[in-house]
Design a protein around this ligand. Structure first.
Ligand code: IDP
Ligand code: MG
Length: 160
């Protein structure tokens, strides 16, 4: 085996990352994209998008019974979001660590929420919580034609 062939045998997962409307309004889009880009993950889909109430409700369907659900849907549909599909080995758990705890006051410094947000209801970014949900959410927010399969030139410098 050549080193790049060994790496290719590892499980590559996908995660759906979304810059929420508050971070678009606050001018944090570049900052948030940059955290994932600098880490070394591969971007496979990216768009600015105004989502419908129906799509927001489908995305957050597991939270339907919660008291904050109506406010959550208002928040997510209050302005454009930036939808992103990212790919990498171990990406789902790693992206959740980069994002930090749901409550930004509990999120560690160095994380996106820990550095840039103060309240759960304005916690600026979404990340899928499992590889299954990563696939589900990417399929929900993107058409097949909006996703790019490509080989970043830096790949051999990121993984041996
Ligand atoms: P996560 O985004 O860290 O995965 P979840 O528990 O999946 O957190 O909740 C989804 C989103 O719902 C949160 O990111 C936040 O925007 C919102 N949310 C969760 N809990 C509360 C709450 O107690 N009050 C207001 N909004 C909440
Ligand atoms: Mg969640």
């Amino acid at each position: 085996f050549l080193p790049h062939q060994i790496a290719s045998l590892e499980q590559v997962d996908q995660t759906y990352i979304m810059v929420k409307p508050d971070s678009v309004q606050r001018g944090l889009v570049g900052e948030i994209i940059s955290r994932f880009e600098k880490k070394g993950f591969k971007l496979t889909g990216l768009k600015l998008f105004q989502c419908s109430k129906e799509l927001a409700e489908e995305h957050y369907k597991d939270l339907k019974g919660k008291s904050f659900f109506p406010k959550l849907i208002d928040y997510i549909t209050s302005g454009p979001v930036v939808c992103m599909a990212w790919e990498g080995v171990g990406i789902v758990a790693s992206a959740r660590k980069l994002i930090g705890a749901t409550d930004p006051l509990q999120a560690e410094p160095g994380t996106i929420r820990g550095d840039l947000a103060v309240q759960t209801g304005r916690n600026i970014v979404h990340g899928s919580d499992s590889p299954e949900n990563g696939k589900r959410e990417i399929a929900l927010w993107f058409n097949e034609a909006e996703l790019c399969q490509w080989n970043p030139a830096q790949a051999p410098w990121l993984r041996e």
